[in-house]
Design a protein around this ligand. Structure first.
Ligand code: CA2
Length: 154
């Protein structure tokens, strides 16, 4: 079965209790459960990773091809706007990456308008709440099929 990696960046473990006017009341477990339901229907396997540490996110992206992942969905959270290291990891790995955001980062403070990671990704989905993740996974499922075709040389 094709494997897709879901990466949640810093502080997304806090979802559901604070800043509910921006991010809603949904928890990270709720988001993962919705993703899992879509994955089951689509016949793909998911692995979930949340970290507050930039280097850990760089490491898991770097290992992702060797670990058998065919696509990645990432919400880099605040690292979206600061991390050349995550952008370089995405550029270096031979796995397609989709960037997602719960909020519309272009409608918020100016410092959130730039993503350093997005230019290394296949695309970005921003502003649809949990639906951003589901749309991102839908794209990643298609991309994962292409990755596997390319890897098998067919
Ligand atoms: O909209 C998104 O998904 C963001 O990636 C969320 C990040 C933010 O820094 C980005 O600009 C946009 C913040 C994730 C932290 O979420 C919190 C949840 C509850 C309480 C505090 C932060």
């Amino acid at each position: 079965m094709r494997k897709i990696l879901i990466i949640h960046g810093p502080n997304l473990n806090l979802l559901g209790n604070r800043e509910t006017s921006i991010y809603g009341t949904v928890s990270l477990d709720d988001i993962n459960a919705k993703l899992e339901a879509l994955a089951r229907l689509s016949g793909v396997e998911l692995a979930f990773f949340q970290s507050n540490h930039e280097g850990d996110i760089v490491d898991i992206i770097g290992r992702s091809a060797k670990d058998g992942f065919s696509a990645i969905v990432i919400n880099p959270a605040a690292y979206t706007h600061t991390s050349i290291a995550i952008r370089d990891a995405v550029s270096a790995v031979n796995v397609p990456v989709v960037e997602v955001h719960l909020s519309n980062i272009y409608k918020r403070e100016e410092f959130r308008h730039q993503s350093l990671v997005a230019p290394a990704c296949i695309g970005q989905i921003s502003g649809f709440g949990v639906q951003s993740y589901l749309l991102g996974l839908t794209a990643a499922i298609d991309l994962s099929a292409e990755t596997d075709r390319a890897r098998s040389g067919k």
